[in-house]
Design a protein around this ligand. Structure first.
Ligand code: PLP
Length: 309
């Protein structure tokens, strides 16, 4: 029926491209953010979570009564929780016991069950625990494992990449986004590289192993995701934590877009490309991804102070 969605899941994808008007370089080249924070789960991870579940339902890996289990305390956990609730599947997330109360609350609000791993072992401890739980009872669980699941980049190949091309066609000259599982970069770039006119695709990654850009991986010092192909990006651009954090503050204050730090890193990289185009006296159209909203990163104390007191 007109104006009525059959499910909240119909609202995943079809996100707007927003022009950033006050960023340096934006006079010479268009800098556009694909606003993935406007997905119903609030992040770019709604697309892969939905596709990983749909593909698994289609080929029988996820059947009625099975529990979706994975190790994540971030956006993917929220996305699994939302899609699981909407499709009627139980979801269990394994996370280190010391993750913030806000992270626990947001997933539990969807009815998700939490299993805590040793805080001293960090996220690797959560991965080890989920693997152990699944190995002990393989028939009980569906373990999507976003780092090695081809449905993750496919959601961007068939979604994000197609949407960018249908909005911009030959106008797009550059695409840049940062690397976590690398699903967004791999899937979108594969689709953009198939376009008849060349689109130069840049992967942004944290400059150092120890960084504060949550959701992102410094590949040289990380367990490299199976879905990552280092040959695919046309360039890899290192980004400092401070630049990502400063840019996320700036786009909130100057563009009215409250976004998280990985988005700050993405926009910093996009602006750098636009400035280079400006120096070369060329124009262009640089597209990047807004991954999630800044409120995911408010500390609980700040939140409580502002909203409860
Ligand atoms: C906040 C944030 N930004 C960026 C990314 C990177 O996306 P991808 O996993 O597709 O590389 C993630 C992934 O978890 C994320 O949570």
């Amino acid at each position: 029926m007109n104006g009525i969605e059959t499910s909240i899941l119909d609202r995943i994808g079809g996100t707007p491209l927003v022009r950033l008007r006050r960023m340096p370089g934006s006079g010479a080249a268009d800098v556009l953010a694909k606003c993935e924070q406007m997905n119903p789960g609030g992040s770019v991870k709604d697309r892969p979570a939905l596709r990983m579940m749909q593909d698994a339902i289609a080929d029988g890996r996820l059947t009625e009564g099975k529990i979706l289990i994975d190790s994540t305390s971030g956006n993917t956990g929220v996305a699994y929780s939302l899609v699981g609730a909407a499709l009627g599947y139980r979801v269990q997330l394994v996370m280190p016991k010391n993750v913030t109360k806000a992270r626990k609350d947001i997933t539990q609000a969807f009815g998700t069950e939490l299993i805590f791993s040793d805080p001293m072992e960090g996220s690797d401890g959560a991965i080890r625990l989920v693997r152990q739980i699944v190995a002990e009872n393989p028939d009980k669980y569906f373990y999507p494992d976003q780092y090695s699941n081809p449905s993750n980049p496919l959601s961007h190949y068939h979604g994000t990449g197609v949407e960018i091309l249908s909005a911009l066609g030959d106008r797009i000259t550059h695409f840049v986004t940062s690397l976590g599982t690398s699903g967004t970069m791999m899937g979108t770039t594969r689709r953009l590289h198939e376009h008849s006119r060349r689109v130069y695709c840049v992967a942004a990654e944290p400059a150092e192993a120890l960084h504060g850009l949550e959701g992102l991986k410094h590949m040289a010092s990380s367990i490299v995701p199976q879905i990552y192909d280092p040959e695919l990006p046309d360039e890899i651009m290192p980004i400092n934590t401070e630049d990502g954090w400063d840019m996320s503050d700036r786009v909130a204050a100057e563009e009215g877009l409250p976004v998280g730090h990985s988005t700050g890193a993405n926009i910093f990289a996009a602006v750098k490309i636009a400035e280079q185009l400006h120096k070369q006296q060329g124009g262009g159209c640089v597209v990047t991804i807004a991954c999630d909203r800044s409120d995911r990163y408010f500390s609980p104390i700040k939140w409580e102070k502002r909203y409860i007191w």
